[in-house]
Design a protein around this ligand. Structure first.
Ligand code: S3P
Length: 444
């Protein structure tokens, strides 16, 4: 699938309902499998990645029934999972495969997990090492630099061993895998992380009644004396800030009267809003309110194209905006000065090597961009349009959507090839931009 993007001729105007947060969606599904009582899930996104987690939990014994505006998931409880009758296809979804590793590590049966071409290249040693230290059995492909899918997880022969683990990288997927395995451990499982990775698992597991305590960057699951029961009435999945970021950026550089209701503003996810503020941009945060264990608000951008200045993104801010760095790079291309992104080596192991794919995408628009081992630099071009480009998205949804936003301020028609995977997180992306007044076509 290709995207054709024409330069914008008027401000982006309207209200868009952004689909449910992908990270929270995965957790709503996978954690509901472990619930002793049915869980109502409202607002689950329609992306293919969440669809993979939904299929996985049905293969493991859950039932999912549509009910009005939401779903009712009847899980198996912690100790009632069923051995799947076939290997589980995780598609493009790193979160599905890594969280399942943790969830399945303590089961008495073996499960094989596999994925698409991109997922088959992604590093799994980061989950295998700590889980193996808990005496789980996980095997994968390759013995060289890393281990990759397909993976076979389990069977466990008894309770897993307790672990006190310091994560080598800030990764919510690895942290969650260990915490889920910790539910099946005999004693305390502790994870300490070097940076503020998203904390949805901690919030949602506590909401379900898991024996979990968070102290600063250290989270402990303590199973001694616990009744092994997880339950809650339901989860409301807020709008995804990572998807919202593309429309926010579009309205900032093209001008807009844009409202995005009910976006998750968990501070571990809003690094992009802090980066925009530091660049001199303005996004209003209105109607902030609780949604279960999360907080949501409406994001509003209004006025003519905003003047932005270059900044340096590193440290905790890089962690808190890790998935938004490709779209922040597009904003940097419209900012005055040279933006530096550092401490973001994790970008190299996302759905594509996002250091290289972000640089290649910006260069196609005539922007000077240099990669660094841990990030990139972008020389902004605020005074004239970008050069209309033909971009290869490298099968990466966030590169395709970032390129589409850049195309709005280019000097002609932009074509984005290999954009099918936009559907992994935001199938309605092109339609949303079109509804706001842009001209974005999807070509089969
Ligand atoms: C995610 C965690 C992050 C993020 C990914 C979703 C999650 O990955 O980039 O898109 O839902 O836990 P890492 O855990 O590899 O940092």
């Amino acid at each position: 699938m290709k995207l054709h993007v024409e330069p914008i001729t008027r401000r982006l105007t309207g209200t868009v309902t952004i689909p449910g947060d992908k990270s929270i969606g995965h957790r709503s599904l996978l954690f509901s499998l472990l619930s002793a009582t049915p869980v109502r899930v409202l607002g689950l996104g329609d992306g293919a990645d969440n669809g993979r987690s939904a299929k996985a939990i049905t293969a493991l014994g859950a039932t999912i029934v549509r009910d009005g505006a939401g779903l009712v998931i009847t899980g198996t409880g912690l100790d009632g999972l069923r051995a799947p009758s076939a290997p589980i296809d995780c598609g493009n979804s790193g979160t599905t495969i890594r969280l399942l590793c943790g969830l399945l590590a303590g089961q008495r049966f073996a499960t094989t997990l596999f994925g698409d071409e991109s997922l088959s290249k992604r590093p799994m040693r980061r989950v295998i090492e700590p889980l193996a230290a808990m005496r789980a059995s996980i095997t994968g492909q390759g013995s060289g630099a890393d281990v990759t899918p397909p993976l076979t997880v389990g069977p466990a022969t008894g309770p897993l061993a307790p672990l006190d683990y310091v994560l080598p990288m800030a990764s919510a997927q690895v942290k969650t895998a260990i915490l889920l395995a910790g539910l099946y451990a005999d004693g305390d499982t502790a994870v300490t992380e070097p940076g503020p990775s998203r904390d949805h698992s901690e919030r949602m597991l506590a909401y379900l009644g898991a024996p979990l305590t968070v102290t600063g960057r250290r989270t402990v699951i303590s199973t001694r004396g616990w009744n092994r029961r997880l339950a809650c009435d339901g989860f409301e999945v807020p709008a995804d800030p990572s998807s919202a970021a593309f429309l926010v950026a579009a309205a900032l550089i093209a001008g807009g009267e844009l409202r995005l209701p009910g976006v998750c503003i968990n501070p571990t996810r809003t690094g992009f809003l802090d980066a925009i503020t530091a660049m001199g941009g303005h996004v209003a945060i209105e109607n902030s309110r609780a949604a279960g264990p999360e907080t949501v608000a409406d994001l509003v951008v209004s006025g003519p194209p905003q003047e932005l200045r270059a900044i340096t993104i590193g440290g905790d801010l890089a962690v808190r905006s890790i998935d938004e760095l490709p779209i922040l790079a597009v904003l940097a291309a419209r900012a005055r000065g040279t933006t530096i992104v550092r401490d973001a080596e994790e970008l190299r192991v996302k759905e594509s090597d996002r250091v290289e794919s972000t640089c290649a995408m910006l260069r196609a628009f005539g922007i000077r961009c240099e990669s660094r081992p841990d990030g990139f630099t972008v020389e902004g071009q605020p005074d004239r349009p970008l050069t209309a480009a033909r971009v290869h998205a490298d099968g990466d949804h966030r590169i395709a959507m970032a390129a589409a936003v850049a195309g709005l301020v280019a000097d002609g028609l932009t074509q984005i090839d290999d954009a099918d995977n936009v559907a992994t997180s935001y199938p309605g992306f092109a339609a949303a931009l079109t509804s706001l007044g842009a001209n974005v076509a999807t070509i089969a």
